[in-house]
Design a protein around this ligand. Structure first.
Ligand SMILES: CC(C)(COP(=O)(O)OP(=O)(O)OC[C@H]1O[C@@H](n2cnc3c(N)ncnc32)[C@H](O)[C@@H]1OP(=O)(O)O)[C@@H](O)C(=O)NCCC(=O)NCCS
Length: 181
């Protein structure tokens, strides 16, 4: 993972007003399975994976990897955020950090995704200052588009992949929205 190879991983857990962002633990397995098998979560992501297949692949603790944060609220996992190296699918973005986010439906609409992604982008800017971050989401994914806009991502282009139009956004630390009043 070139873009995180010089970064100390894992960082100390990131704490926000309501959330903790940390590495996966054994106790997160049930929530991971619920997240990855949820048809609602995967509406714009090509559909969920079969639960029995996921259970076989994850017999114990969820795999830890650089750039993967579990989002915890009141001691329980409510979602995950990833920073991965963009693989070359997005226009002019190969090698950049790409943000991804999945939250359990019962946690939607309460600002948790905004709060958690802001903390991850702040952390990323602290460890690798000045690096832009990209994201791609189906143009039809209104919630994700709204979240991207709230975080300060600006449109970098549209492209077609996985049988649907995709919206590509780019975020720069200098252009990010300031802290809430
Ligand atoms: C995208 C996702 C993370 C948003 O989570 P969330 O918890 O609803 O986000 P927040 O509560 O922080 O809301 C962010 C903004 O999006 C808005 N929003 C969220 N879902 C929405 C929807 N379905 N339609 C319109 N707006 C929506 C919120 O109202 C909020 O805007 P506001 O503050 O102006 O009201 C969540 O819906 C999710 O996990 N979806 C499934 C996974 C997914 O599609 N990920 C994208 C992969 S690229």
């Amino acid at each position: 993972m070139a873009f995180l190879e010089d970064v100390v991983w894992p960082p100390a857990p990131l704490r926000t007003e309501r959330l903790v962002l940390r590495e996966p633990e054994v106790r997160d397995r049930t929530a991971f399975l619920a997240l990855l098998a949820s048809p609602e979560v995967h509406t714009y992501l090509g559909g969920p994976r079969p639960r029995d297949e996921l259970e076989r692949e994850m017999p114990g603790a969820p795999t830890r990897r650089p750039g993967l944060f579990v989002v915890e609220r009141d001691g329980a996992m409510i979602g995950q955020i990833t920073l991965t190296e963009e693989s070359g699918l997005l226009p002019r973005a190969a090698g950049r950090a790409e943000l991804g986010y999945l939250f359990l439906p019962e946690a939607w609409g309460r600002g948790y995704a905004t709060e958690a992604c802001t903390a991850v982008l702040d952390w990323f800017t602290g460890v690798l200052p000045g690096r832009p971050v990209v994201l791609a989401t189906q143009t039809a994914n209104t919630g994700s588009r709204r979240l991207a806009a709230k975080l300060g991502f600006v449109e970098a282009g549209l492209f077609h992949a996985y049988g649907a139009e995709q919206w590509c956004g780019v975020w720069s630390p200098a252009a990010a929205p300031g802290p809430n009043p």
